[in-house]
Design a binder for this molecule. Structure first.
Ligand SMILES: [Zn+2]
Length: 382
């Protein structure tokens, strides 16, 4: 079993919603500050994806441009540049584009009918894989998951963004709005007409607004559309901050993460808490918190466990991973801040495993950096 990547859609658009104008020359929407932000987002990704139409139109190199960011990636054991991915159902691929000539590994996702043609055209410039008779985004994301892509940044174009948003595959949206008006009917749009989840009344969760000179960045969490049955976000953030405080109490270790966990009842009271290596050198935070309650405690049936790191799905030191323990204790809801990087295990699928078992898993990307910073020593000085 592999888990699909966390998908970030990244786009810059004019105030009237266009990615570009209708001319042959690419319209510059971003400013220097925003280009630097995009570079940072790329440096934090395992893969960058753009559609083949955008490749033909813009001829981008799609690299991490800042040398310091490339060195930091190398120091973490990653390639200097993320995997570059393009998708094509038509097989119209131009081997002369800059995309193929720069960076590290490249991958083309296509359909059965185009597979041989694309392979022949690229002649070894990239790996080419089919995701079915028609282009299937679920299979495409599975394929990237198998390649240990945990964080995917999608940089367009409009068709790709529209499909991923319509099929509810986008975890996060980074939208930079430039103070320009394109005003042309045929100019490409950020998102086109589609049946978006929840329809026009479903409000996406706003994660952040940031001014970068005259460009404004909006960060949304499309999967966290507001519904009446979703518990209060501030409540979740408050308990997660407590879990992160607990993570700071962990005895230091070079071979394991520092994690904190809190179990909170339906009435909003704390039932238990724990942190990594609390009582013995191998205990995990969730395990420690659960061990202080009995599995038949009826309050667990309506409780939430907050854990600063994604619950583990495999582990070396004990027979039962935390995702299993959470299922065995019957908790219906898990809130986590930080997805496990591929440092100690190849592929943590805790979130996926819990969701498949019917557990509601809420991720709090706005606290991921805090949860990770407790573990900064594991990643060296980079
Ligand atoms: Zn664990």
């Amino acid at each position: 079993m592999t888990s699909r990547p966390y998908v970030v859609l990244s786009a810059a658009m004019s105030v009237d919603g266009h990615l570009d104008d209708s001319s042959d020359r690419r319209l510059l929407l971003s400013n220097a500050e925003d280009f630097d932000r995009v570079d940072e987002v790329r440096a934090g990704a395992d893969a960058i994806l753009v559609g083949a139409t955008t490749l033909r139109r813009d001829n981008p190199r799609l690299l991490v441009n800042d040398e310091g960011r490339r060195s930091a990636r190398l120091a973490r054991g990653l390639p200097a540049h993320p995997l570059k991915v393009t998708v094509t159902a038509s097989g119209r691929i131009d081997p002369g584009l800059r995309f193929w000539r720069h960076g590290d590994e490249k991958l083309v996702l296509t359909v059965d009918a185009a597979l041989d043609g694309v392979r022949a055209k690229l002649d070894g410039l990239a790996e080419v894989v089919s995701v079915g008779t028609a282009f299937d985004w679920g299979r495409a994301l599975d394929e990237l998951g198998r390649r240990h892509v945990r964080r995917l940044v999608v940089e367009g174009g409009g068709t790709v963004h529209t499909q991923l948003m319509e099929q509810d595959f986008a975890d996060e949206l980074h939208l930079a709005v430039a103070p320009l008006l394109v005003g042309q009917a045929g100019a490409p749009r950020f998102l086109g007409p589609a049946g978006y989840p929840g329809g026009p009344t479903a409000r996406m969760r706003l994660l952040e607004t940031r001014a970068l000179g005259d460009v404004v960045l909006l960060r949304y969490a499309p999967k966290q559309r507001l519904r009446d049955d979703v518990p209060d976000r501030e409540h979740d953030l408050r308990w997660m901050r407590r879990a992160i405080e607990l993570a700071e109490k962990c005895p230091p270790s070079d071979g394991a993460y520092s994690v904190g966990a809190v179990i909170v009842g339906a009435d909003g009271t704390e039932l238990s808490h724990g942190y990594s290596r609390e009582e013995d050198p191998h205990i995990h935070a969730e395990e420690s918190a659960l061990a202080k309650l009995t599995p038949d405690d009826p309050r667990l049936r309506t409780a939430t466990i907050y854990t600063s790191l994604e619950p583990c799905s495999q582990r070396r030191s004990r027979p039962r991973p935390c995702a299993d323990l959470i299922l065995a204790h019957g908790l219906p809801r898990v809130v986590t801040a930080w997805r496990e990087p591929s440092l100690f295990v190849d592929d943590c699928v805790g979130v996926e495993q819990l969701r498949k078992a019917g557990v509601t898993v809420v991720e709090l990307p706005e606290l991921a950096a805090e949860a990770e910073s407790v573990n900064a020593h594991l990643f060296g000085a980079g």
